[in-house]
Design a protein around this ligand. Structure first.
Ligand code: FES
Length: 186
């Protein structure tokens, strides 16, 4: 059974190792912030960070995710305070919102490597489709988040979502938390 770390939590999936990570996240782990394109061409709404790189979770199997560190949109911050989340709100870059989780993940992964990316670097990192066409705002949001990371600017945090990812996954039998070493009873 594939084991990996999702949002800092070691987990084991009792699922077919060939299942795409996307479906395990959404249907077994209740991490529905990662969006599915619904069987059409992938538009990047399913992006998660895998060992520091933003990847499309519909194209990774659970077997391929074995042993890796996964961060979903829920794990980026507990209170929507990640600079990329703050900047998306501040720049009004969220319209219908469908592309938003993938954009935030792609931007966060880029800024983690380079907090002052050029416009070309941002456009290269944001290959996601935004069907509302707010690309200029998306680019500005990444630039602004970079300034926040560099402490050249601050933005008030958006309201907290009021739910913990761990709580959402509590009653899902296909997902089990692997006990921490300190929980082993010594
Ligand atoms: Fe609607 Fe980007 S905000 S798809």
């Amino acid at each position: 059974m594939p084991r990996m770390t999702i949002n800092d939590r070691p987990v084991e999936f009792d699922l077919d190792p060939q299942m795409p990570l996307l479906y395990a996240l959404r249907e077994a782990a209740n991490l529905t912030g990662t969006k599915s394109c619904g069987g059409g061409d992938c538009v990047g709404a399913c992006m998660v960070i895998v060992d520091g790189t933003a990847l499309r979770s519909c194209r990774i199997t659970l077997a391929e995710a074995e042993g890796r560190l996964i961060t979903t949109i829920e794990g980026l911050s507990r209170d929507r305070s990640h600079p990329m989340q703050q900047a998306m709100v501040a720049e009004q870059a969220i319209q219908c919102g469908y592309c938003t989780p993938g954009i935030v993940i792609a931007g966060a992964a880029l800024l983690d490597r380079n907090s002052a990316p050029t416009r070309a670097e941002i456009e290269d990192a944001l290959q996601n489709l935004c069907r509302c066409g707010v690309y200029p705002r998306l680019v500005r949001a990444v630039q602004r988040a970079g300034r926040v990371i560099q402490r050249r600017e601050s933005i008030s945090a958006a309201p907290a979502p009021g739910i913990e990812a761990a709580d959402a996954a509590q009653r899902v039998p296909a997902l089990r938390a692997v006990p921490e070493p300190s929980d082993s009873g010594d």
